[in-house]
Write a protein that binds this ligand. Structure first.
Ligand code: 13P
Length: 338
Protein backbone atom coordinates (compact mmCIF):
# COMPACT_ATOMS: atom_id res chain seq x y z
CA UNK A 1 0.00 0.00 0.00
CA UNK A 2 1.16 3.52 -0.75
CA UNK A 3 2.03 6.04 1.92
CA UNK A 4 -1.23 7.78 1.04
CA UNK A 5 -3.17 4.56 1.58
CA UNK A 6 -1.57 4.08 5.01
CA UNK A 7 -2.43 7.61 6.03
CA UNK A 8 -6.01 7.20 4.79
CA UNK A 9 -6.48 4.00 6.83
CA UNK A 10 -4.95 5.60 9.93
CA UNK A 11 -7.25 8.60 9.66
CA UNK A 12 -10.28 6.38 9.03
CA UNK A 13 -9.55 4.55 12.29
CA UNK A 14 -9.75 7.76 14.31
CA UNK A 15 -12.43 9.54 12.26
CA UNK A 16 -15.04 11.65 14.04
CA UNK A 17 -17.28 9.82 16.47
CA UNK A 18 -15.73 6.36 16.35
CA UNK A 19 -13.05 4.37 18.16
CA UNK A 20 -11.60 0.88 18.24
CA UNK A 21 -12.76 -2.34 19.83
CA UNK A 22 -9.85 -4.47 21.05
CA UNK A 23 -10.98 -8.11 20.94
CA UNK A 24 -7.51 -9.54 20.50
CA UNK A 25 -7.11 -11.47 23.72
CA UNK A 26 -4.68 -14.31 23.17
CA UNK A 27 -6.17 -17.77 23.78
CA UNK A 28 -4.66 -18.04 27.30
CA UNK A 29 -5.94 -14.56 28.23
CA UNK A 30 -9.38 -15.21 26.78
CA UNK A 31 -9.55 -18.53 28.62
CA UNK A 32 -8.58 -16.81 31.87
CA UNK A 33 -11.42 -14.29 31.46
CA UNK A 34 -13.86 -17.10 30.56
CA UNK A 35 -12.81 -19.14 33.61
CA UNK A 36 -13.73 -16.27 35.97
CA UNK A 37 -17.35 -16.38 34.76
CA UNK A 38 -17.53 -20.18 34.33
CA UNK A 39 -17.52 -20.27 30.54
CA UNK A 40 -15.94 -23.40 29.05
CA UNK A 41 -12.48 -22.69 27.64
CA UNK A 42 -13.01 -24.15 24.17
CA UNK A 43 -12.62 -23.04 20.56
CA UNK A 44 -16.40 -23.20 20.17
CA UNK A 45 -17.03 -20.92 23.15
CA UNK A 46 -14.44 -18.42 21.93
CA UNK A 47 -16.03 -18.49 18.47
CA UNK A 48 -19.52 -17.97 19.89
CA UNK A 49 -18.33 -15.05 22.01
CA UNK A 50 -16.47 -13.33 19.19
CA UNK A 51 -19.44 -13.91 16.89
CA UNK A 52 -21.64 -12.24 19.48
CA UNK A 53 -19.28 -9.24 19.50
CA UNK A 54 -18.93 -8.76 15.74
CA UNK A 55 -22.64 -9.22 15.02
CA UNK A 56 -23.82 -6.68 17.59
CA UNK A 57 -26.40 -4.51 15.80
CA UNK A 58 -25.23 -0.95 15.11
CA UNK A 59 -21.64 -1.64 16.23
CA UNK A 60 -20.20 0.07 13.15
CA UNK A 61 -21.83 3.36 14.18
CA UNK A 62 -19.37 3.68 17.10
CA UNK A 63 -16.53 1.34 16.15
CA UNK A 64 -14.10 2.12 13.34
CA UNK A 65 -11.82 -0.88 13.68
CA UNK A 66 -11.61 -4.17 15.57
CA UNK A 67 -8.36 -5.78 16.67
CA UNK A 68 -8.49 -9.55 16.27
CA UNK A 69 -6.34 -12.43 17.48
CA UNK A 70 -4.83 -15.01 15.13
CA UNK A 71 -7.57 -17.57 15.91
CA UNK A 72 -10.38 -15.12 15.07
CA UNK A 73 -8.98 -13.67 11.84
CA UNK A 74 -9.02 -17.19 10.34
CA UNK A 75 -12.34 -18.17 11.86
CA UNK A 76 -15.83 -18.52 10.43
CA UNK A 77 -18.91 -17.87 12.53
CA UNK A 78 -21.65 -20.45 13.09
CA UNK A 79 -23.16 -19.57 9.69
CA UNK A 80 -19.91 -20.19 7.83
CA UNK A 81 -19.19 -16.49 7.35
CA UNK A 82 -15.67 -15.29 8.12
CA UNK A 83 -15.52 -12.99 11.15
CA UNK A 84 -13.52 -10.60 8.97
CA UNK A 85 -16.37 -10.47 6.45
CA UNK A 86 -18.84 -9.71 9.23
CA UNK A 87 -16.71 -6.77 10.31
CA UNK A 88 -16.27 -5.38 6.81
CA UNK A 89 -20.03 -5.68 6.18
CA UNK A 90 -20.58 -3.63 9.36
CA UNK A 91 -18.21 -0.91 8.13
CA UNK A 92 -15.49 -1.91 10.62
CA UNK A 93 -11.83 -2.17 9.57
CA UNK A 94 -10.24 -5.49 10.62
CA UNK A 95 -6.88 -5.44 12.41
CA UNK A 96 -4.64 -8.01 14.04
CA UNK A 97 -2.50 -8.35 17.17
CA UNK A 98 0.91 -9.51 15.99
CA UNK A 99 3.11 -9.51 19.09
CA UNK A 100 3.76 -12.83 20.78
CA UNK A 101 3.50 -11.52 24.32
CA UNK A 102 5.63 -9.97 27.05
CA UNK A 103 8.49 -12.29 28.11
CA UNK A 104 10.92 -11.93 31.04
CA UNK A 105 13.68 -9.43 30.25
CA UNK A 106 17.09 -11.03 30.81
CA UNK A 107 19.00 -9.70 33.85
CA UNK A 108 16.01 -7.58 34.90
CA UNK A 109 13.84 -9.58 37.29
CA UNK A 110 10.18 -8.59 37.19
CA UNK A 111 10.44 -6.71 33.89
CA UNK A 112 9.43 -7.83 30.40
CA UNK A 113 10.17 -7.28 26.77
CA UNK A 114 7.58 -8.07 24.12
CA UNK A 115 8.65 -10.64 21.55
CA UNK A 116 7.51 -11.56 18.05
CA UNK A 117 9.86 -9.87 15.57
CA UNK A 118 11.29 -13.11 14.19
CA UNK A 119 9.31 -14.08 11.09
CA UNK A 120 7.07 -11.03 11.46
CA UNK A 121 7.54 -9.92 7.83
CA UNK A 122 5.96 -13.17 6.57
CA UNK A 123 3.20 -13.15 9.18
CA UNK A 124 2.25 -9.59 8.20
CA UNK A 125 1.99 -10.63 4.53
CA UNK A 126 -0.25 -13.49 5.55
CA UNK A 127 -2.47 -11.26 7.71
CA UNK A 128 -2.78 -8.67 4.92
CA UNK A 129 -4.05 -11.46 2.63
CA UNK A 130 -6.54 -12.45 5.32
CA UNK A 131 -7.95 -8.91 5.27
CA UNK A 132 -6.09 -7.07 8.06
CA UNK A 133 -5.45 -3.40 7.34
CA UNK A 134 -3.75 -2.54 10.58
CA UNK A 135 -1.82 -4.29 13.35
CA UNK A 136 -1.13 -3.94 17.05
CA UNK A 137 1.91 -4.60 19.27
CA UNK A 138 1.91 -4.02 23.02
CA UNK A 139 5.00 -3.33 25.10
CA UNK A 140 4.52 -3.52 28.87
CA UNK A 141 6.29 -1.30 31.39
CA UNK A 142 5.67 -1.62 35.12
CA UNK A 143 6.29 0.98 37.82
CA UNK A 144 7.80 0.00 41.18
CA UNK A 145 10.76 0.51 43.43
CA UNK A 146 13.79 0.68 41.14
CA UNK A 147 11.89 0.16 37.92
CA UNK A 148 11.23 0.63 35.07
CA UNK A 149 14.86 0.26 34.09
CA UNK A 150 16.31 2.03 31.09
CA UNK A 151 16.93 -1.45 29.66
CA UNK A 152 13.21 -2.26 29.78
CA UNK A 153 12.16 1.06 28.27
CA UNK A 154 14.74 0.88 25.47
CA UNK A 155 14.19 -2.78 24.60
CA UNK A 156 10.42 -2.28 24.31
CA UNK A 157 10.73 1.00 22.41
CA UNK A 158 13.09 -0.55 19.88
CA UNK A 159 10.86 -3.58 19.35
CA UNK A 160 7.83 -1.31 18.85
CA UNK A 161 9.72 0.73 16.25
CA UNK A 162 10.97 -2.31 14.35
CA UNK A 163 7.46 -3.75 14.36
CA UNK A 164 6.02 -0.43 13.12
CA UNK A 165 8.53 -0.26 10.26
CA UNK A 166 7.69 -3.83 9.18
CA UNK A 167 3.97 -3.01 9.28
CA UNK A 168 4.35 0.03 7.04
CA UNK A 169 6.52 -1.98 4.63
CA UNK A 170 3.65 -4.51 4.42
CA UNK A 171 1.02 -1.78 3.95
CA UNK A 172 -0.50 -2.16 7.42
CA UNK A 173 -1.04 0.74 9.82
CA UNK A 174 0.85 0.04 13.05
CA UNK A 175 -0.87 0.69 16.35
CA UNK A 176 2.01 1.33 18.72
CA UNK A 177 1.04 0.42 22.28
CA UNK A 178 3.55 1.14 25.04
CA UNK A 179 1.50 0.36 28.16
CA UNK A 180 2.64 1.74 31.49
CA UNK A 181 0.73 -0.46 33.95
CA UNK A 182 -1.61 0.81 36.67
CA UNK A 183 -0.41 -1.83 39.13
CA UNK A 184 1.33 -0.34 42.18
CA UNK A 185 1.01 2.45 44.71
CA UNK A 186 2.79 5.15 42.73
CA UNK A 187 1.45 8.68 42.36
CA UNK A 188 -0.07 10.33 39.31
CA UNK A 189 3.09 12.42 39.01
CA UNK A 190 5.30 9.33 38.88
CA UNK A 191 3.11 7.80 36.18
CA UNK A 192 3.39 11.04 34.20
CA UNK A 193 7.19 10.99 34.40
CA UNK A 194 7.47 7.31 33.46
CA UNK A 195 4.92 7.62 30.64
CA UNK A 196 6.84 10.64 29.35
CA UNK A 197 10.16 8.75 29.43
CA UNK A 198 8.58 5.81 27.61
CA UNK A 199 6.95 7.97 24.92
CA UNK A 200 10.20 9.88 24.39
CA UNK A 201 12.09 6.61 23.88
CA UNK A 202 9.41 5.24 21.54
CA UNK A 203 9.35 8.31 19.30
CA UNK A 204 13.13 8.43 19.27
CA UNK A 205 13.26 4.81 17.99
CA UNK A 206 10.42 5.40 15.51
CA UNK A 207 12.40 8.30 14.04
CA UNK A 208 15.54 6.17 13.86
CA UNK A 209 13.65 3.44 11.96
CA UNK A 210 12.11 5.98 9.56
CA UNK A 211 8.50 5.22 10.46
CA UNK A 212 5.95 7.64 8.93
CA UNK A 213 4.08 9.17 11.83
CA UNK A 214 1.01 10.15 9.78
CA UNK A 215 0.51 6.44 9.05
CA UNK A 216 0.64 5.36 12.69
CA UNK A 217 -1.67 5.35 15.70
CA UNK A 218 -0.39 5.63 19.26
CA UNK A 219 -2.19 3.54 21.87
CA UNK A 220 -1.01 4.85 25.23
CA UNK A 221 -2.14 4.42 28.81
CA UNK A 222 -3.89 7.30 30.48
CA UNK A 223 -1.74 8.98 33.13
CA UNK A 224 -3.17 7.59 36.39
CA UNK A 225 -2.16 7.08 40.01
CA UNK A 226 -1.33 3.43 40.83
CA UNK A 227 -4.31 1.23 41.68
CA UNK A 228 -3.27 0.98 45.33
CA UNK A 229 -2.10 4.59 45.67
CA UNK A 230 -3.72 6.32 48.63
CA UNK A 231 -4.13 9.47 46.54
CA UNK A 232 -6.75 8.91 43.86
CA UNK A 233 -7.67 11.87 41.63
CA UNK A 234 -10.59 13.25 39.61
CA UNK A 235 -11.22 12.56 35.92
CA UNK A 236 -10.26 16.17 35.28
CA UNK A 237 -6.86 15.72 36.94
CA UNK A 238 -6.24 12.57 34.89
CA UNK A 239 -7.18 14.43 31.73
CA UNK A 240 -4.89 17.38 32.52
CA UNK A 241 -1.89 15.17 33.31
CA UNK A 242 -2.45 12.94 30.30
CA UNK A 243 -2.83 15.78 27.82
CA UNK A 244 0.24 17.57 29.22
CA UNK A 245 2.30 14.39 28.87
CA UNK A 246 1.11 13.77 25.30
CA UNK A 247 1.70 17.38 24.22
CA UNK A 248 5.24 17.18 25.55
CA UNK A 249 6.19 13.89 23.88
CA UNK A 250 3.95 13.04 20.91
CA UNK A 251 4.76 14.71 17.57
CA UNK A 252 1.87 16.53 15.90
CA UNK A 253 2.17 14.35 12.75
CA UNK A 254 0.87 11.24 14.54
CA UNK A 255 -2.49 10.34 12.95
CA UNK A 256 -4.34 9.72 16.19
CA UNK A 257 -4.26 8.62 19.80
CA UNK A 258 -6.42 5.68 20.89
CA UNK A 259 -6.22 4.91 24.60
CA UNK A 260 -6.09 1.46 26.15
CA UNK A 261 -8.25 0.93 29.26
CA UNK A 262 -5.73 -1.14 31.21
CA UNK A 263 -8.15 -2.58 33.76
CA UNK A 264 -10.10 0.61 34.58
CA UNK A 265 -13.84 0.09 34.92
CA UNK A 266 -15.91 0.94 31.87
CA UNK A 267 -17.39 3.96 33.63
CA UNK A 268 -14.06 5.42 34.75
CA UNK A 269 -12.44 4.91 31.35
CA UNK A 270 -15.35 6.71 29.65
CA UNK A 271 -15.40 9.54 32.23
CA UNK A 272 -11.67 10.18 31.84
CA UNK A 273 -11.81 10.08 28.03
CA UNK A 274 -14.77 12.46 28.23
CA UNK A 275 -12.81 14.89 30.43
CA UNK A 276 -9.94 14.82 27.95
CA UNK A 277 -12.16 15.66 25.03
CA UNK A 278 -13.77 18.51 26.97
CA UNK A 279 -10.32 19.88 27.81
CA UNK A 280 -9.29 19.39 24.17
CA UNK A 281 -12.05 21.85 23.30
CA UNK A 282 -14.44 19.54 21.39
CA UNK A 283 -15.83 20.32 18.82
CA UNK A 284 -12.87 22.61 18.18
CA UNK A 285 -9.60 20.79 17.74
CA UNK A 286 -7.14 22.40 20.15
CA UNK A 287 -4.87 19.34 20.02
CA UNK A 288 -2.96 18.09 16.97
CA UNK A 289 -4.52 14.60 17.13
CA UNK A 290 -7.97 13.12 17.82
CA UNK A 291 -8.25 11.37 21.22
CA UNK A 292 -10.27 8.18 20.85
CA UNK A 293 -10.54 4.77 22.55
CA UNK A 294 -9.18 1.33 21.80
CA UNK A 295 -10.61 -0.49 24.79
CA UNK A 296 -10.93 -4.21 25.42
CA UNK A 297 -12.09 -4.75 29.01
CA UNK A 298 -13.75 -1.32 29.36
CA UNK A 299 -16.08 -2.16 26.45
CA UNK A 300 -16.41 -5.93 26.67
CA UNK A 301 -16.55 -6.77 30.37
CA UNK A 302 -20.28 -6.19 31.04
CA UNK A 303 -21.20 -8.14 27.89
CA UNK A 304 -19.01 -11.08 28.91
CA UNK A 305 -20.48 -11.16 32.41
CA UNK A 306 -24.05 -11.15 31.05
CA UNK A 307 -23.44 -13.77 28.35
CA UNK A 308 -21.69 -16.35 30.56
CA UNK A 309 -21.60 -18.80 27.67
CA UNK A 310 -25.40 -19.06 27.46
CA UNK A 311 -27.03 -18.16 24.15
CA UNK A 312 -30.22 -17.18 25.96
CA UNK A 313 -28.27 -14.14 27.23
CA UNK A 314 -26.92 -13.22 23.82
CA UNK A 315 -29.30 -10.37 23.12
CA UNK A 316 -28.77 -8.75 26.53
CA UNK A 317 -25.00 -9.13 26.18
CA UNK A 318 -25.07 -7.41 22.79
CA UNK A 319 -27.12 -4.58 24.28
CA UNK A 320 -24.51 -4.18 27.03
CA UNK A 321 -21.73 -4.06 24.45
CA UNK A 322 -23.58 -1.52 22.38
CA UNK A 323 -24.25 0.55 25.49
CA UNK A 324 -20.56 0.82 26.38
CA UNK A 325 -19.66 1.55 22.75
CA UNK A 326 -22.24 4.38 22.75
CA UNK A 327 -20.92 5.69 26.09
CA UNK A 328 -17.44 5.90 24.62
CA UNK A 329 -18.77 7.55 21.48
CA UNK A 330 -20.38 10.17 23.73
CA UNK A 331 -17.02 10.57 25.52
CA UNK A 332 -15.39 11.47 22.20
CA UNK A 333 -17.71 14.46 22.08
CA UNK A 334 -17.40 15.42 25.73
CA UNK A 335 -20.97 14.31 26.09
CA UNK A 336 -20.73 11.29 28.41
CA UNK A 337 -22.88 11.30 31.49
CA UNK A 338 -22.35 8.34 33.83
P1 13P B 1 -7.56 -3.06 27.66
O1 13P B 1 -8.41 -1.94 27.14
O2 13P B 1 -8.34 -4.12 28.38
O3 13P B 1 -6.38 -2.56 28.41
O4 13P B 1 -6.99 -3.80 26.40
C1 13P B 1 -6.45 -3.06 25.39
C2 13P B 1 -5.48 -3.88 24.64
O5 13P B 1 -5.42 -3.82 23.43
C3 13P B 1 -4.58 -4.74 25.40
O6 13P B 1 -3.50 -5.10 24.62
Amino acid sequence: MSRRGLTATAHALVAEGRGLLAMDESTPTCNKRFAVVDIPQTVDARRAYRELLVTTPGLGDCISGAILYDETIRQQDSHGVLMVERLVAAGIIPGIKVDLGAKPLALHPGETVTEGLDGLRDRLKDYALLGARFAKWRGVIGIGQGFPSLACIKANAQALARYAALCQEAGLVPIVEPEVLMTGNHTLERCQIVTGDVLAAVFDELATQGVALDGLILKPNMVLPGLTSTVQVSADAVATATIACLLQHVPAEVAGIAFLSGGQSGELASARLNAMNIQAGYPRRDLPWPLVFSFARAIQQPALEIWRGDDANRHDAQEALQHRALCNQAALRGDYDA
